[in-house]
Design a protein around this ligand. Structure first.
Ligand SMILES: [Fe+2]
Length: 190
């Protein structure tokens, strides 16, 4: 046997935390948007709100959440030596009902993106998808016994209060849920 040192040189960070916020208030706010015009971007079925102007509209209900997200973004920016601190600049609400999902996509123009789960029963996972080139190469040479170095993707299970943040260029999708699933998605930039 020879000793082999392995250097895992490049990776895709995905950050996760759990916030303790009043999700009932956030849920009521999210549902109140449903009567307004929505967007059709990555969602297949489901309701996606337009971008929320959080400087004035409903700041009382969204303020604590945005503050905590910005605190998390500050910590990430420091840890990764970002040239500036990333802050939330866009946010919107997603309401998916049974069978609704979001196609694979990226968030152009942002630095970090993420999602906060307001209501969920654990269905409708957030799938983080590896680049097609890397996926093609690894899947061409590995067998079924894979690990996180060779995976083509992985899933994050939604849970109320959970927040997941990832670099905006990372491809992701949302699988169909059973029952209502409400989340707040956001972009952050410098
Ligand atoms: Fe997204």
């Amino acid at each position: 046997m020879i000793a082999i040192d392995q250097h895992n040189l490049f990776s895709t960070p995905v950050w996760e935390s759990q916030f303790d916020l009043e999700n009932e208030k956030l849920e009521a706010y999210a549902l109140s948007l449903k009567n307004r015009p929505g967007a059709d971007i990555s969602n297949i079925g489901g309701y996606q709100s337009l971008k929320i102007n959080f400087n004035n509209e409903s700041f009382n209900v969204l303020g604590p959440l945005i503050n905590q997200i910005n605190e998390m973004l500050f910590m990430i920016s420091e840890k990764y030596n970002f040239r500036k601190t990333a802050r939330v600049n866009e946010l919107w609400i997603n309401i998916n009902e049974t069978g609704d999902y979001n196609m694979s996509h990226v968030h152009p123009g942002a630095v970090l993106s993420g999602v906060y789960y307001i209501k969920s029963n654990g269905t409708g996972t957030l799938d983080i998808i590896r680049s097609k080139q890397e996926s093609y190469l690894w899947q061409s040479i590995v067998n079924e016994n894979q690990n996180r170095e060779t995976w083509s993707g992985t899933s994050f299970v939604p849970k109320p209060g959970k927040v997941v943040v990832f670099p905006s260029w990372v491809e992701h999708a949302v699988t169909p849920c059973e029952g209502q699933r409400i989340s707040l998605a956001f972009n952050a930039t410098f």
